[in-house]
Design a protein around this ligand. Structure first.
Ligand code: 5GP
Length: 253
């Protein structure tokens, strides 16, 4: 088999050139990083779970008319996606105070916000992804006003969809981060949800117990990350509820 061309290697994924022009293959690694990669570990099975979970969320979004880059899952660790130009912003939507918002504004974690809050961070690891306003985005030409209107609408639709899907399985969507890409169809460009949606990029709390089922388990050393992600995948029906039982072969005379 011909060696595939690697386009980019990030902290949790590798992107390869896809089989057809305009496509890429996204490979999910088992690596987990936090605090701008100061904390790092390899967590067996994380890539497989995130590949399946991201497929589940992106397929659902495509089905309700929220465009994403996702085409189809290829195997345990890879998915075929449309190639796009990533807008250099992390778009964060928050429903409850947690993480950096709780710290910055001194609000107790878990406090319900009066309405979803959308924030933008400039994607630059060297700078630690600083928060930016629409003024910075316009001044530095990272996105146009039309793009910003579209990004806000996409972010809120993703929030409604994910919140509903999660509530149905007893999980609270506290906050999440998405990335947006530009896809070109000839002269025409449109914006799509890109990258991944998984417990690596969301905060997910059990509604009954408050148990954390997301990457904070790794960030804050709260137990097994694989167990937490497996629980999310099980509740969503992405993996079977019961582990498959191996039956003994029977001799047929
Ligand atoms: P916070 O700003 O509170 O640290 O993060 C808000 C939300 O965005 C959390 O769900 C967090 O997981 C997600 N998030 C923020 N920055 C990143 C990032 O660089 N990578 C990933 N995977 N998620 C992020």
């Amino acid at each position: 088999m011909a060696r595939r061309k690697k386009i980019y290697e990030g902290k949790a994924k590798i992107l390869y050139e896809g089989p057809e022009p305009g496509t890429i293959v996204q490979y999910f690694k088992d690596d987990a990083t936090a605090f701008n990669a100061q904390k790092h570990a390899t967590i067996e099975g994380k890539g497989v779970l995130n590949n399946r979970l991201s497929e589940f969320f992106m397929t659902g979004l495509n089905a309700i008319g929220v465009p994403t880059h996702f085409i189809r899952r290829l195997n345990m660790r890879e998915q075929l996606c449309r190639s796009c130009e990533i807008i250099p912003l992390e778009v964060v939507v928050r429903n409850y105070a947690a993480g950096s918002l709780a710290k910055r504004l001194g609000i107790e974690e878990g406090t319900a916000l009066p309405r979803p809050i959308v924030e933008y961070y400039y994607k630059d690891d060297k700078l630690g992804d600083p928060m930016v306003t629409e003024e910075h985005i316009a001044a530095f030409n990272w996105a146009s006003q039309q793009d910003m209107d579209d990004i806000l609408a996409l972010a809120l639709r993703v929030n409604d969809f994910l919140s509903g899907v999660m509530i149905a399985v007893g999980i609270r969507l506290v906050d999440f981060k998405i990335e947006i890409g530009r896809v070109y169809d000839g002269d025409y460009q449109r914006l799509v949800v890109a990258d991944e949606i998984s417990p690596d990029s969301c905060r997910l709390w059990d509604i009954e117990t408050g148990q954390k089922l997301d990457k904070d388990v790794f960030r804050r050393d709260l137990g097994s990350l694989t167990d937490a992600y497996t629980e999310v995948a099980r509740r969503l029906g992405v993996i079977p509820n019961e582990p498959t039982k191996m039956t003994k072969p029977t001799l047929i005379n």
